[in-house]
Ligand binder design. Structure first.
Ligand SMILES: [Ca+2]
Length: 500
């Protein structure tokens, strides 16, 4: 089953993309038909569009789920680059957002949970851009600390809201003023983004727009025009969702235990939502993000900015929809660690580019600074992938590292360290009496066959463990951070489902 699952997906993917085969990099015979290479050319401007909790494989062109349509994401893939194995260094909103803005691992920037405010003195890459004469705007969800929506350093224009915000009729902090709105948050943020590009910036300077959506975070509320669109679709449950001995053979105990928690399919958000509604609303809510991408790129084309502007679309972390009996993120399984990542710049990126390098969230800041022609500061852990977008081959990391710190108010996921190569993933837990994990992702993309006790993999496990601790030691990651109790307590088990 594992192989046929994989093969089908691959076939579906190729079938979908074959509609645009003329421009595809793996269609060798079409290589001669490519437009003249733009390698080395840099765009003048950058638009970074971030979504919240959008998982890597829920995009129309990947055909999973089959009913989901994301024509604008598909267009970015067709006309730009699909960064296939993009991952985050921590699969949680605030830590990942801080990693994007600083280019640093969570253990360096210190935002290790969703309640920690960014430490004073933290430097964000837009501050460097501003200093270099760029116009910068932050529009949307900041969510590093819940209490404040005040403007942060590095932005000429600031439109944001506190914490998670709301989907309908939000109040925004606009450059320090509280302004009430009527309407749907994704549409309003896109309105403001386009208005700033059109009217808000100084036109003689390059610009960087950071458009940060609330969607598609729980509790999902689609735009009215999308609500109910998928009401009658049949949902295909992941094969590894059922509570069977086979599904949990070789898995750590905490995984099965988490089924009956805020983040499990048996006690979803403490009984607030059933799985089918959850799945449908997630897909419907995502459509407003796709609409937003479409409006942005259409505007750029209509206003002759497309060739000069690099547009990147990314999710802040993945999301699990039933795999292993779980929902949400935090752990290091593929659905949580991987994120959607697309890049579009008709003046620079060859249409249909598929990038297989292990790009991570910490690479965004260095890449944007590279576009601006700035040196990458030593404080950043990431690396610019601008040359890769330009079609060049450069030395790149052969392993992506991962960390997640246990949270008192979400105690169901343990502190986790991980390392993912192009083939293997090693997972090492801390502070829990349980087993570690090793997966061969080429043979077992759903991470069901734990090889941690396999005799022929012991040498590899030792190597990956050494590499992981070398990484932690070299980057000052050997201390586990302790934070004061904070946040609401999503820490219950459903008493009806506890086995006596
Ligand atoms: Ca998130």
């Amino acid at each position: 089953m594992k192989e046929s699952y994989k093969t089908t997906n691959r076939r579906e993917f190729l079938k979908t993309l074959s509609l645009t085969a003329a421009a595809l990099p793996f269609a060798v015979e079409s290589a001669a038909a490519q437009p003249k290479s733009n390698a080395g050319k840099k765009p003048k401007n950058v638009i970074f569009i971030l979504s919240d909790d959008h998982r890597y494989d829920f995009m129309g062109f990947l055909n999973k789920p089959k009913f989901l349509e994301t024509p604008n994401m598909d267009r970015l893939v067709r006309e730009g680059a699909y960064i296939k194995y993009a991952t985050v260094t921590t699969s949680l909103c605030s830590p990942s957002r801080a990693s994007i803005l600083t280019g640093q691992y969570a253990h360096k920037h210190g935002v290790v949970d969703n309640n920690t405010r960014v430490p004073e003195g933290t430097r964000f890459f837009p501050q460097d851009l501003q200093k270099a004469g760029w116009q910068t705007a932050f529009i949307g969800k900041w969510h590093m600390g819940h209490a404040s929506d005040e403007p942060r350093p590095g932005f000429d224009k600031w439109i944001s809201f506190r914490g998670q915000g709301v989907y309908y009729n939000p109040t925004f902090n606009i450059d320090g003023r509280q302004v009430k709105h009527e309407g749907y948050v994704s549409d309003l943020l896109t309105d403001y983004a386009l208005d700033w590009i059109e009217n808000g910036r100084k036109r003689d300077k390059p610009f960087m727009l950071y458009l940060s959506h609330k969607a598609v975070h729980a509790m999902f509320e689609p735009a009215k025009r999308h609500l109910g669109k998928y009401q009658n679709v049949q949902i295909k449950y992941p094969q590894n969702m059922a509570d069977t001995e086979e599904n949990y053979k070789g898995k750590p105990r905490w995984v099965r235990e988490q089924r009956n928690s805020w983040h499990g399919v048996d006690y979803m958000y403490h009984g607030q939502m059933g799985f089918d509604t959850f799945y449908r609303r997630y897909c419907e809510t995502l459509l407003s993000v796709d609409d937003s991408i479409g409006r942005i790129i259409n505007y750029l084309e209509d206003n002759h900015l497309a060739e000069d502007t690099l547009v990147m679309y990314m999710g802040d972390n993945g999301f699990v929809l039933g795999e292993h009996g779980l929902i949400d993120k935090r752990h290091v399984y593929e659905e949580s660690m991987r994120v959607p990542f697309l890049a579009w710049c008709p003046g620079m990126i060859k249409p249909g580019t598929v990038i297989e390098e292990l790009v991570q969230n910490i690479d965004i800041a260095p890449t944007i600074l590279d576009v601006a022609g700035l040196e990458i500061p030593n404080r950043m852990d990431g690396k610019s992938f601008l040359p890769i977008l330009q079609g060049k081959k450069i030395p790149w990391r052969d392993a992506a590292f991962y960390e997640y710190y246990w949270e008192r108010n979400f105690p169901q996921t343990p502190t986790t360290h991980g390392v993912r190569t192009d083939r293997y993933k090693y997972i090492h837990y801390h502070g829990i009496w349980d087993i570690d994990e090793l997966y061969d992702l080429k043979e077992d993309s759903r991470e069901m066959n734990n090889l941690i006790d396999s005799p022929e993999h012991q040498k590899l496990i030792k190597q990956l463990n050494d590499r992981m601790f070398d990484w932690l030691e070299k980057t000052d990651g050997m201390l586990i951070p302790l934070r004061r109790d904070s946040g609401t307590q999503q820490d219950k088990r459903n008493p009806d489902k506890i086995k006596k």
